[in-house]
Design a protein around this ligand. Structure first.
Ligand code: BG6
Ligand code: MG
Length: 220
């Protein structure tokens, strides 16, 4: 029986995935390249450094350690600039209601974000109260698709991984959750994510009843 729901932040609870994309695209443009939405799928869910390495490799760009540091700082500066203007309209439609309903049904909830800026977003949008536990990019050493972040959440919640369900919009996140031995809900608008137990277009398409039903169908 599922006891905990773990949510990714960017692209699941808030629409900040678009801002990450804008900032990475601006960085690619800065280096003389483009970054299409399709190419951006490879970056989603990864840490800042892993995203940069993926971008550089994708475009065949070689950079030394200092240049990489400068490039990731530049991307972060642009991303932070976009964050300045966010308000409650950045919260994904239906996310708060779903999380409230799941908590009322007795589920524990956690936020698991690769972003080192997750704390800023959560504070600005006053989302702290939605989660029993928050784990962000500052608290893990390996980023998704490594399962570390989800294993850490389960440990802090004191719930067995096989009793957790993870909501993710990135393939790296689905892979990480599966490696952690968890169930998965893929939130994917255009492209499908491989290996997820449930797939929906947006989080507003998930009902707490569906998750509860999933519970009773998947007794462990
Ligand atoms: C993830 C996003 O949540 O956080 C990635 O999906 C982003 O796109 C990553 O690169 C790291 O974010 P930050 O804010 O630490 O640069
Ligand atoms: Mg995401």
């Amino acid at each position: 029986m599922i006891k905990a729901c773990i949510f990714d932040l960017d692209g699941v609870v808030v629409y900040t995935d678009q801002y990450h994309y804008q900032a990475w695209k601006k960085l690619a443009n800065h280096m003389g390249y483009d970054l299409t939405p399709f190419e951006n799928l490879m970056l989603k869910g990864l840490s800042r450094r892993d995203s940069l390495d993926t971008l550089l490799e994708m475009k065949g760009i070689r950079a030394c350690e200092n240049e990489k540091l400068m490039l990731s700082e530049l991307k972060n500066k642009w991303y932070r600039r976009l964050l300045k203007d966010i308000d409650m309209s950045a919260v994904a439609k239906g996310a708060e209601d779903l999380i409230h309903d799941l908590r009322s049904a007795g589920m524990k909830t956690a936020l698991a974000s690769s972003s080192k800026n997750a704390g800023i977003v959560v504070k600005k949008l006053r989302l702290e109260g939605l989660f029993d536990v928050i784990v962000d990019g500052n608290m893990v050493s390996a980023s998704k698709p490594d399962p570390e972040i989800f294993v850490k959440c389960a440990g802090m919640l004191k719930v067995d991984p096989n009793k957790c369900i993870v909501f993710e919009d990135a393939q790296s996140g689905i892979d990480a959750a599966k490696s952690a031995g968890m169930h998965t809900v893929a939130i994917c608008e255009e492209t499908s994510l491989k290996g997820a137990d449930i797939s929906v277009k947006t989080i507003s398409n998930v009902s707490s009843n569906e998750i509860i039903k999933f519970n009773s169908n998947n007794q462990n």
